[in-house]
Design a protein around this ligand. Structure first.
Ligand code: ARG
Ligand code: ASP
Length: 684
């Protein structure tokens, strides 16, 4: 059996007819793509990208925190990532007196670099195909344990729904320090309005440094630690990019579902995304209205609004994209062809029916789980009650519980507005009751709501009486709290939902088990297709080229943006478009120093560019490299209408968005006044 799998895999990997630029490839297997890459402008070898024997590009790429990518740009551990990836760290180190989010931060020497407690950076030491070892009976846990012997962190990840198993071995560094960040008026320029949008003018980068022990190995924070000396760091190219230039992205995409059947796509496009979008629209409207009324609330809810809006906008693009591409219909046709082939193969003939039946069985429950977390789960004081109730059941005495609860109460209240939450609660409970399938709302809860005379009255009662929005309360008050009682009434539902908790519908074990043989069958059948494993937050290579696209009929969007666009968007009255004065002055004087260049006969500074690389969430902060493997940009986004690439990549419209490395250097040098940082980089 295993021989057959491997044969199917190697046949699949040998095929070169991937759709142009689609794919997120495993670096250790990049050899199968090198010919195609070189035909598109890559000048280096597979060994340059990934090697176990010598330093290679992979040694310069890191998993930043738990969901972004970063890259080394100096021999002394200097690291670049996005501003939005460093946002939490920058916020954590900020205070009213030292507001690094608003003002930016630049360490003036190594001593001034700020340790970020809790932040880690993981560097891939090696990856290894362990499929045959697992098939021969070795336990993944034992493989991991053996790999972790010398202080590494390891895991075994499945590719192709378990048809391939890879061991990943990392070094995890926990002494990571903030070196620099632009003010949000550059790093988050355009805010949520421009988020997922091209043309873009955001300087979305921040700078960190990794520290290690005297032996250059990972070590907990210490004054004695020294800058980590990476095996490899990227050379920075200031030659810039033009339409058509080869680009490669090396990073950690989080999650895609390229091989799921039509049922799963239909669920996303017609059920799940629309429900989540509708609920978030209402929340965002409530929050935005309150923010417009009150400047303090605007700041308080800035980060919450940003994260609610981020996925909300992405899903809208995904729905549009999937419908525009007709992904469901295409998949149905593909499945019909597969079924005809599989009909004479007993081990595969039943698969589509089995997958379909599994979806029918788990989908209602999964929908309830999603609805639950997007509706009542979005009520802040309710989820606070839930997490405190969890603590209540864990800690022994009343006094201990009160200590634990009150200890975190200030941080909960800091960015909390009860007026917003009350309005959200009214809407979300109403939506929850209405959208839940008949008979599924826990009876006790439905009764409690109607006893009070309906949702609004019930919510009024909750918010007039809860103690959870106060600075202090006793354990007895907590136990009698109406929101805590609501959490208790809904607890059975929450417990039930734990059974379908999965990254997505197709990852629920009952469904997923059928994808293992289905994936194998697809590879055996569809020999002309270049299969790549779905993203799963492991290191990948994507390649493509700098390219504009037709945004609408007759409306072509060029692939590069410049400082001219920043100044055109400048508006001191709108927080997200308030350009820093020093930048206005430099623009007025065209005083760009070595960073100025001519675009269309005009002296300016390049800011962002788009390309055809297949990326996903997690690729933020990834190095964008030219054909020589030099750093030309930092990836940070996609256009929202191309976010269906998580399920179907369309080379005509899917574009990733990067900040031009020349803008990064310009901001470090001219806005940050931190030109000493450039001295440790290799700039060409
Ligand atoms: N869209 C980017 C990605 O999905 C996030 C950009 C963060 N910026 C913002 N304005 N919310 O993560
Ligand atoms: N902005 C995303 C990230 O943070 C990237 C994307 O979804 O394209 O990883």
């Amino acid at each position: 059996m295993i021989k057959k799998v491997l044969l199917a895999l190697s046949l699949a990997l040998a095929a070169v007819s991937a759709h142009a630029d689609e794919g997120m490839w495993l670096p250790s297997l990049i050899g199968s793509r090198i010919k195609d890459m070189r035909s598109k402008g890559f000048r280096l070898t597979a060994e340059d990208i990934y090697s176990v024997n010598k330093a290679s590009m992979k040694d310069a790429v890191v998993l930043f925190g738990g969901g972004c990518t970063g890259e080394f740009v100096s021999a002394e551990g200097l690291l670049l990532t996005n501003h939005h990836c460093g946002y939490g760290s920058i916020q954590q180190l900020s205070s009213v007196e030292r507001d690094y989010l608003s003002d930016g931060f630049w360490a003036s020497s190594r001593e001034d670099e700020l340790p970020v407690p809790g932040l880690s950076v993981s560097i891939l030491v090696r990856m290894e195909d362990v499929t045959e070892r697992v098939a021969a009976g070795e336990k993944p846990a034992d493989i991991v344990a053996a790999a972790e012997k010398d202080g590494h962190k390891a895991d075994v990840q499945q590719m192709y729904y378990g048809n391939q198993q890879f061991l990943f071995v990392y070094d995890v560094f926990r002494d990571v320090r903030l070196v620099g960040a632009p003010p949000s008026s550059i790093g988050k320029f355009g805010g949520d309005t421009d988020n997922w949008v091209w043309p873009r003018h955001t300087g979305d980068f921040s700078v960190f440094r990794v520290y290690a022990g005297a032996d250059n190995r990972p070590a907990g924070y210490s004054n004695d630690n020294r800058p980590y000396r990476p095996k490899r760091h990227f050379t920075v190219s200031t030659r810039g990019v033009e339409e058509g230039d080869f680009t490669m992205i090396y990073g950690f995409p989080g999650s895609t579902q390229e091989y799921v059947t039509s049922d799963a796509v239909e669920y996303v496009a017609e059920v799940s995304d629309p429900m989540k979008i509708a609920l978030r629209t209402q929340r965002l409207d409530i929050i935005a209205a309150a923010q417009a009324e009150d400047a303090a609330v605007r700041i308080q809810y800035a980060s919450k609004h940003a994260s609610i809006a981020n996925a909300w906008k992405k899903w809208q693009g995904e729905v549009l994209g999937l419908r525009r591409l007709g992904t469901v219909g295409k998949k149905r046709a593909y499945e019909r062809r597969f079924a005809a082939w599989a009909a004479s193969r007993p081990e595969y003939a039943h698969l589509l029916d089995s997958i379909h039946a599994a979806y029918e069985a788990v989908r209602p429950e999964y929908y309830i789980a999603e609805l639950y977390s997007e509706s009542v789960g979005a009520i802040e004081v309710f989820s606070r009650a839930q997490s405190l109730a969890d603590i209540r059941s864990r800690v022994a005495g009343d006094a201990q519980f009160a200590d634990a609860a009150l200890g975190t109460q200030p941080s909960f209240l800091k960015d909390y507005n009860a007026g917003i939450d009350r309005a959200v609660a009214s809407r979300m409970i109403a939506e929850f009751m209405q959208r839940m399938p008949a008979g599924e709302v826990p009876a006790e809860f439905a009764a409690a709501v109607s006893e009070r005379g309906g949702v609004d009255a019930y919510v009024g009662y909750l918010f007039d009486n809860t103690v959870l929005t106060r600075e202090t309360f006793t354990a007895a008050e907590f136990d009698a709290d109406p929101v805590v009682r609501m959490a208790a009434m809904l607890a059975p539902l929450r417990t039930r939902m734990a059974a379908v908790r999965a990254r997505n519908l197709s990852d629920i074990p009952e469904v997923r088990r059928w994808y293992t043989p289905y994936m194998r069958a697809l590879m055996e059948w569809d020999t002309g297709r270049a299969f790549f494993p779905d993203a799963n937050l492991t290191l990948r290579v994507a390649y493509g080229s700098v390219a504009g696209y037709e945004y609408a009929d007759g409306e072509y969007h060029r692939p590069v943006s410049t400082l001219e666009g920043v100044i055109e968007k400048d508006n001191p009255d709108i927080y997200d478009y308030d350009v820093p004065q020093c930048l206005r002055d430099m623009h007025a004087a065209q005083d760009y120093g070595r960073w100025g260049c001519d675009v269309d006969g005009r002296r300016t500074v390049p800011v962002c560019f788009i390309a055809t690389n297949h990326t996903s969430g997690g690729n933020s902060g990834s190095p964008v490299l030219n054909g020589r493997g030099e750093l030309v940009g930092i990836n940070f986004d996609r256009t929202w209408r191309s976010t269906m690439s998580d399920m179907e990549f369309d080379p005509a419209i899917c574009r990733n968005i990067a900040v031009d490395i020349r803008y990064v250097l310009f901001v470090i040098d001219r806005i940050g006044g931190a030109s000493y940082l450039l001295e440790e980089m290799d700039i060409r």
